[in-house]
Design a protein around this ligand. Structure first.
Ligand code: ATP
Ligand code: MG
Length: 294
């Protein structure tokens, strides 16, 4: 039995002429223990897919089977319970509460489970140690670096011992070094048996994955198994691909924006800008004039 099975899953937003197809009959099976990188251009449906797998959203058509149970159209309460017990989320924007310390943020999901304070704090402390932040227990998010903040978010995602970790661009707001730190941490979590699904725009980060799924226009375009430590074949192509727009295309786009509408009455300035070359020409002219007078 597979852990995650999406069968002909579609997600439509809006209706009539304004309908947009965020997911278009997606079929995807993920086994327990996989580490899947999801790539694709902006708007290709990556986050919608994550929300679907993480039970934050439900399909318009098709079926979602999680651990052998059909979960596509279950009640909001059951959905929330499965999310709480089975799934840990990590987002690009960290989503920590600014008024709570690192420890309180990590312990928060346990509060919803009804754990007493001492037990909550004990587990949260263990999680902060696991992500290497035991010396930042009482820091507030604003006192932490981006990388540290994301590590607290990872500790919070782990606190319920979820089977599945869903990370939507977990390194999207981080510099290269912090991204490496966060991905190393996710790599360790994967080794300890969790199933991880992460979205990235960075082909380099597919090194941490055992499989790369590439989306386009709401559908899965490529799906390849990869070796840990290696960049996926398709991801490699993307990495070295020549951009398909030229500088002329960009300029054309800009000039469309700059075009003045007929009813716009802004007159172009007649005053010429002083550039260094014009200033030099002006000085030479007046110098020549003085020479001619003398
Ligand atoms: N709540 C919504 N209402 C209407 N359309 C939506 C909604 N959420 C997503 N969409 C549309 O669905 C499509 C897929 O969006 P999605 O956020 O999944 O893309 P993405 O691949 O995650 O993009 P990005 O890389 O920019 O995060 C887009 O065309 C988007 O406009
Ligand atoms: Mg997205």
């Amino acid at each position: 039995m597979s852990l995650i099975e999406l069968k002909d899953v579609s997600k439509l937003y809006g209706f009539g002429d304004a309908t947009s197809v965020a997911l278009d009959e997606v079929n995807l099976t993920i086994e327990s223990g996989e580490c899947v990188a999801v790539m694709g251009p902006s708007g290709s449906g990556k986050s919608t897919l994550m929300n679907m797998i993480g039970l934050l959203d439900h399909p318009t058509h098709g079926d979602y089977v999680l651990n052998g149970k059909r979960v596509s159209h279950i009640s909001v309460t059951r959905r929330a319970k499965i999310r709480r017990d089975k799934i840990g989320f990590i987002f690009q924007s960290f989503n920590l509460l600014g008024r709570l310390t690192a420890l309180e943020n990590v312990a928060l999901p346990l509060l919803y489970k009804g754990f007493p304070t001492s037990k909550r704090n004990h587990i949260a402390r263990t999680m902060l140690e696991r992500v290497g932040l035991h010396d930042r227990t009482y820091y507030y998010p604003r006192q932490l670096s981006g990388g540290q903040t994301q590590c607290v978010a990872i500790a919070r995602a782990l606190v319920n011992s979820p089977e599945i970790i869903i990370a939507d661009e977990p390194t999207g707001n981080l510099d290269t070094e912090s991204s490496r730190l966060v991905m190393e941490l996710l790599g360790e979590i994967h080794k300890s048996g969790n199933t991880i699904i992460f979205v990235t725009h960075n082909p380099e980060l597919t090194r941490y994955a055992t499989r790369v799924v590439y989306m386009q226009d709401g559908a899965i375009k490529y799906d390849e198994q990869t070796k840990l430590g290696e960049v996926g074949t398709y991801a490699r192509k993307v990495m070295y691909a020549v951009p398909d727009t030229t500088e002329e295309d960009d300029l054309a786009g800009v000039s469309v924006l700059m075009k003045v509408r007929k009813d716009d009455t802004v007159k172009p300035s007649t005053k010429r800008k002083r550039t260094p070359a014009r200033r030099k020409a002006r000085l030479t002219r007046s110098e020549d004039g003085r020479k001619a007078q003398s």
